[in-house]
Write a protein that binds this ligand. Structure first.
Ligand SMILES: Cc1cc2nc3c(=O)[nH]c(=O)nc-3n(C[C@H](O)[C@H](O)[C@H](O)COP(=O)(O)O)c2cc1C
Ligand code: SF4
Length: 438
């Protein structure tokens, strides 16, 4: 393991993660001692429109993957329309490799609760939901406990801190489906239906939960809000890059010495992150990695110095996504890794549209054939052709995301495919696994 140089260590900017290591950080007493609910007191004295403007000025962009400007999204909520407004926090976090929201909710649930209250006040919502994936039982318990603690202190419920603003916050556990992280499928699921994406337009800003104006934001987005209210837009923009402002939690997993969460200004590079994480594991050299979860095209050792912000990663041919950097070495096989991701997408496809439902089904079969040593050269064209029929033709982003590792691994690692097909690499799957396909 290597020790990071002081100049690299200085790139850590613990903002959202700053309380995580404090004893009992999840309890309201600790939270209040460490600036907790100070932002709420300040926000309730401001006009809601001024809060929306503040978030616009900060340059905060959604942390759920797409990077949509948060203040702009809040500004889309029609005001004075006489309809109920809703804030829905997307805490589904199902993208393989992604693990920033769960530790935040487990270690510092009050930062999310405080962010929910401020955001609801800004968009004039009197009811908010946190939709958390069903398996995250521990985090859901911590959140529910935080909601009760906040209620007891007058931060939630009727006439919050004497401001006249009322808010009810419900923590709702889903059943654990990746598609329920897609915002419109999430809304269907929250309404009690099967979680499947809705046709857009109309967008949730006007026809969201119960056909009313709704903001859907990621956990990290909403938990950023109290810091922006306290620190101001300029302070927030002092971290990150011009178009990708603020700190970001990068989740490092795979072949590195110290996997975990590293919060740094947007625009840090993978080279620096690996240094912060103590280097690669002994005996491993970087071969490929995902910049933002399994839905983002793979990058390679050539891309170690790409700035990990929305623009930098796009220019390198990938997507920043959820900043889940999964790191693979020369001892890992890109064909097998892609196959495993594809099994996931095939399993999680909701089945609503043909390109994703059928395309992933067939691609899994082609991969099994290649990995069992029975692939043909034509299979590679079939894979690319299938991706071409999924990407941009699917009903939601799940289908598009499924193609990312297929096309990028074929771009950078075609030889690995050929080695299976031409018999230079021993099969990884047996005939039995091939036959057992369903
Ligand atoms: C298949 C799929 C899964 C998604 N899963 C999540 C998720 O678990 N959490 C999340 O915040 N956004 C997820 N998203 C993105 C959401 O649709 C939406 O863009 C996001 O919640 C908006 O919040 P933000 O503006 O704060 O980023 C997913 C999108 C797709 C297509
Ligand atoms: S792309 Fe996949 S997950 Fe999305 S609607 Fe179509 S079948 Fe469902």
């Amino acid at each position: 393991m290597t020790t990071p140089r002081p100049e690299t260590l200085a790139k850590l900017t613990p903002v959202l993660t700053k309380r995580w290591l404090s004893p009992d950080a999840w309890q309201i007493g600790t939270y209040e001692k460490l600036d907790g609910y100070a932002a709420l007191r300040k926000a309730l004295k401001a006009h809601p429109d001024d809060l929306i403007q503040l978030v616009k000025d900060s340059g905060l962009r959604g942390r759920g993957g797409a990077g949509f400007p948060t203040g702009l999204k809040w500004g889309f909520i029609p005001q004075g329309d006489g309809k109920p407004h809703y804030l829905v926090v997307n805490a589904d976090e199902g993208e393989p490799g992604t693990c920033k929201d769960l530790p935040l909710m487990t270690h510092d649930p009050h930062s999310l609760v405080e962010g929910v209250i401020i955001a609801s006040y800004a968009i004039r919502a009197n009811r908010a939901y946190i939709y958390i994936r069903g398996e995250a039982v521990h985090a859901a318990r911590r959140l529910r406990n935080a909601v009760e603690e906040a209620k007891a202190k007058g931060y939630l419920g009727k006439n919050i801190l004497g401001s006249g603003f009322d808010l009810e916050l419900v923590v709702h556990s889903g059943a654990g489906a990746y598609i329920c992280g897609e915002e419109t499928a999430l809304l269907d699921s929250l309404e009690g239906f099967r979680g499947q994406p809705r046709l857009r337009p109309p967008f949730p800003a006007t026809h969201g939960l119960y056909a009313s104006p709704t903001v859907v934001n990621n956990v990290g987005t909403i938990a950023s809000v109290p810091y922006i209210v306290l620190g101001g837009a300029d302070w927030w923009k002092s971290m990150g890059t011009e178009k990708s402002a603020g700190p970001m939690i990068y989740s490092l997993s795979g072949r590195i010495a110290n996997p975990g969460q590293y919060e740094c200004g947007l625009g840090i590079t993978l080279r620096e992150l690996i240094e912060l994480a103590g280097g690669m594991q002994p005996g491993h050299n970087l071969r490929f990695w995902t910049p933002g979860g399994s839905s983002t095209p793979l990058l390679t050792a050539e891309h170690l110095d790409v700035p990990l912000d929305f623009e930098g990663v796009a220019a390198a041919g990938s997507i920043l996504g959820t900043t889940a950097t999964q790191i693979f070495s020369d001892q890992d096989c890109p064909v097998y890794a892609t196959y495993r991701w594809l099994e996931f997408y095939h399993h999680e496809s909701c089945g609503k549209c043909t390109p994703c439902r059928e395309g992933n089904y067939w691609m899994v079969r082609v991969y099994r054939r290649i990995l069992a040593g029975q692939g043909t050269h034509d299979d590679l064209d079939t894979l690319l052709d299938t991706c071409d029929n999924i990407l941009g033709r699917s009903f939601c982003g799940l289908g598009d995301g499924a193609t990312s590792s297929v096309t990028s691994s074929l771009k950078y690692f075609k030889q690995d495919y050929l080695d299976y097909i031409e018999g230079r690499t021993a099969p990884k799957l047996s005939d039995k696994q091939l036959v057992g396909a369903h």
